[in-house]
Design a protein around this ligand. Sequence first.
Ligand SMILES: [Zn+2]
Length: 346
Amino acid sequence: MPERVTVGNATASRGELQKGVIKGIELNTTTPIDIPVLVMNGAKDGPTLLMVSTQHGIEIQGIEVILKIMREKVNPKELRGAIIGIPVENPLAFMHHQYLSWIDNLDLGGGGSASPLTADQPHGASTERLAHALWKEAWSKADMVLNIHCNVRPDSLFFTEINVGNPSTRERLERMARVFGVTNVVENITIKKNAPDTLTNLAVKNGVPDILIELIDGRWISEPSTSVGVRGVLNIMKEFDMIDGPIEPQKSVPIIQGVCTGHGIVRADRGGLIRFKKTPGEFMKKGTVFAEIYDLYGDVLEEVTCPVDGYIWAYPCGDILGTPGSLQAVQAGANIAYAFTSDEHQ
Ligand SMILES: [Zn+2]
């Protein structure tokens, strides 16, 4: 661990917590849009953990998790290694309560697009510049990344998602997911050298494990998201010997055991309001009706069925303007549910 850890204009000496900003972009008013950052440099050597939240501007629970960890739970004098905390990765989305950047409608992390936004464009569009600044100042300095997102509804399942397709990060990702302790969805996609340089792909190419953490009730700061998030992050820090203490199992939230695999998005064929008949985490046989779409006269237009013997992890409802969960109403083609399977329940 170096004597000083610098991210943006924040520099923390050993045993210190400092705050500052990563320089972002400038609006047409010349108002700067910078990215707030907290930097904690431990008294002793160890890995550098990066926690990021609010890549999507309406997913705010991770902000509270990061602040609790860095302002209350971890004492820099007892920390081995360093923590970089970025409560709002995309201020251009957060400032307008939007999922994506209001200024160019882009996703900082490169999600949801056939040609994803990459972090290698310092002279690119506004959001591309933010991604590049985040890579240069924070992601490239990390040994581990906790990428905290949220589903919208409070009945969603907590889950982590890891990609085990790269041998250089697989073992650490599996340890991170195991000790975080909620439902874990496993992808197995090898990120090749020529894959687009999104933040997550760059992490893989640099041998840095990057775990996706999905909390729930994402538009609010509420329980149980805070407790589950804080407990899981502290468990990862204990597992990698950054702090002392026993791993604490997650409790009081539904957890689907086994190796889980995403099955894809269930979409609406009709438009209208939607009501849900099953709770996320409830096991369903293929063909089970879990939702109904109905019109403004109350007539049911479509019974929505589970596409596989498995589960739903969340109901995003009607996505509009790139924002899942805008309203419990759908158009044909809207995302209704995320389905998955577990190898322990077939
Ligand atoms: Zn998200």
